[in-house]
Design a protein. Structure first.
Length: 350
């Protein structure tokens, strides 16, 4: 039997199920997918998964587990495998989906998805997953709770307004709506206080939040959301991956001269990042000269305001990434120079 160089366990993670595919690469660099099985996404399933993998793999060759970053459903398994000392790689979903499109897959199922992940792990040199700071997880929980609370508050405000404009408004309903609003306002303030306290527990994270907040339009809560939703840019290797992770990458369908679809953002990424950047981008366009100039140029190019605003969101997110990586505050003169030297690249934001 030929020597095995690499073994990968590709896992397609769902809320309640893990669909697993085993693969290996031999000394001739031939790939073989040879095992498939499903397990529960729970502690019992994790233990069964390890027993099965041990029986199916060569003990003399290391095994790498590979999975997508699927919301929060992959986290328990990731921590379990890390505790057991296994090599683990967690990949951004867009990287797997882009790779899967290069394969000759006629039907997309959980099984074929796990096979694509396994092939990806066999063909690529992957970095080991590093546990994110627990602080980022706590901050993400709080920022998402606040976002949900704001949505509920907006709904209650609309109900209150509708009741108050009725021909015969119900006093009891109005009173209850106002009580709900008071409670929601109080809860939001409590969440903001907890975020502020948590953010200051880690001096490095606090310093990063302060630096990102130097970007025009971005306040403390937006900076916290960016770091929390990316786990401190843990899986991000470059700006293109970041914009794709946020779903701010542009998708365009074009074939010859007869088929040309309208360019749109994919919206396949993290919705919390996109939502967090929406209002800051509008504020930056109104009050910052550099962003205002870029926005005006994009408008003159295609005349679509929303498309230009999305381009500004993308640029703000990229700036946050650069500032975090370089540990340097926003400098308007630097980015004005960047604009003049790389105007063509800024045009690609559209």
């Amino acid at each position: 039997m030929k020597k095995i160089l690499k073994q990968v366990v590709g896992i397609d993670v769902a809320q309640k199920e893990l669909v697993v595919a085993l693969g290996r690469m031999n000394e001739d660099l031939d790939l073989e997918l040879y095992g498939h099985k499903s397990f529960g996404n729970n502690q019992k399933g994790f233990l069964s998964l390890l027993l099965w993998v041990k029986k199916q793999t060569d003990a003399a060759t290391g095994v790498r587990f590979v999975m997508e970053a699927t919301g929060v459903y992959h986290e328990s398994l990731a921590y379990f495998l890390d505790d057991k000392g296994y090599k683990l790689s967690i990949i951004l979903p867009n990287k797997i989906s882009n790779y899967a499109r290069t394969l000759d897959i006629k039907t997309v199922t959980d099984k074929t998805a796990s096979e694509a992940i396994t092939r990806f792990g066999l063909e690529r040199k992957l970095d080991d997953w590093q546990r994110p700071k627990p602080l980022f997880k706590s901050l993400r929980q709080l920022t998402r709770e606040r976002e949900q609370l704001i949505q509920i508050r907006t709904m209650v405000k609309n109900q209150l307004h509708a009741e108050q404009t009725e021909a015969w408004p119900n006093a009891g309903s109005i009173s209850r709506f106002k009580t709900q609003l008071a409670l929601l306002n109080k809860q939001e303030q409590q969440i903001k206080t907890e975020i502020a306290i948590l953010s200051k527990q880690d001096s490095q994270v606090h310093a990063s939040i302060e630096l990102i907040s130097t970007i025009p339009g971005i306040g403390t809560l937006t900076a916290v959301t960016i770091l929390a939703e990316t786990n401190g840019f843990e899986l991000i290797g470059n700006k293109r991956q970041l914009t794709s992770y946020a779903g701010l990458d542009v998708k365009e369908k074009q074939s010859g001269t007869s088929v040309k679809g309208k360019a749109r953002i994919s919206k396949r990424g993290n919705k919390y990042l996109r939502k967090a950047l929406y209002m800051p981008s509008l504020a930056a366009i109104r009050h910052n000269e550099w962003f205002k100039t870029v926005y005006a140029r994009l408008i003159s190019k295609h005349g679509i305001k929303m498309k230009s605003a999305v381009a500004i969101q993308r640029k703000m997110l990229e700036l946050a990434y650069i500032i975090y990586k370089t540990n340097t505050a926003y400098n308007k003169d630097h980015y004005k120079k960047l604009e003049s030297n790389q105007g063509c690249s800024l045009n690609r934001l559209a």
